[in-house]
Design a binder for this molecule. Structure first.
Ligand SMILES: *Cc1c(COP(=O)(O)O)cnc(C)c1O
Length: 222
């Protein structure tokens, strides 16, 4: 396996190429480097290469890894891409600029209950949509999503700026990306987080503004 900074460069080049090949790419596509399961030593080459946007799926792991790195690199932007328990919300808001996994009423209410000045670093939420309607997967079901998006934005005044999905493994991801893109367009939501190591180029074709890539940068997780 090549060095991590080389892999990062390769993925960034593939993102650029996919955007050039796409008929209607988003105005920009940002790479969320997913560092879950990898330690600070693996992240450092990315930071030294100038990359600042990262994703983690667990609050506790992020809390152990990132505060020290932020001392050196204060302009890091961290996205939570895994399920969030309401009792970890306070901690999450102190760690993450973006929660991409707003996936249920209880969590929306918990965020709404914190005042705007008490949200730590948090400045945006993406709503996770369970486009494959999988029992084991988090996210709002597609037929409930329009109402949920409206409720979060209009009634709770949450800073919702996008949608996120994880298509079922083995499915053709294209219909899932289409569903998410059309839903975001209906609500004029600017951000679309979709695409991982195996399918980020396809996601870019369907308008991804954020692709979440772990393995292709950092290698297999231990
Ligand atoms: C782990 C993870 C990724 C990255 O997956 P890779 O296949 O390693 O690129 C992306 N999104 C979510 C939600 C994840 O949990």
């Amino acid at each position: 396996m090549a060095a991590i900074d080389d892999q990062l460069k390769t993925v960034l080049t593939r993102v650029t190429q996919a955007r050039e090949d796409a008929l209607q790419p988003a105005p920009q596509t940002r790479l969320v480097a997913v560092s879950k399961g990898h330690n600070a030593g693996a992240v450092l080459p990315c930071l030294q290469a100038g990359h600042r946007l990262f994703g983690e799926n667990r609050v506790q792991e992020a809390g152990a890894k990132w505060p020290a790195l932020r001392d050196t690199y204060p302009d890091i932007e961290l996205h939570l891409i895994g399920p969030l328990q309401s009792n970890k919300l306070r901690e999450a808001m102190d760690l993450f600029e973006v929660i991409e996994t707003l996936d249920r009423e209880k969590l929306a209410l918990a965020i709404a209950k914190t005042g705007e000045g008490e949200r730590g670093r948090l400045r945006a939420c993406f709503i996770q949509v369970n486009t494959g309607e999988e029992d084991q997967k988090a996210g709002i079901l597609p037929h409930e999503a329009d109402d949920f998006i409206r409720w979060c934005r209009d009634d709770l005044a949450l800073p919702v700026s996008g949608l996120m999905c994880i298509p079922p493994a083995g499915d053709n991801p294209a219909p899932h990306f289409t569903l998410l893109r059309d839903m975001a367009a209906r609500h004029a939501l600017p951000n679309l987080s979709m695409g991982m190591s195996g399918d980020f180029e396809i996601a870019i074709r369907f308008g991804a503004t954020h692709v979440r890539v772990g393995t292709a940068i950092f290698g297999e997780r231990g």
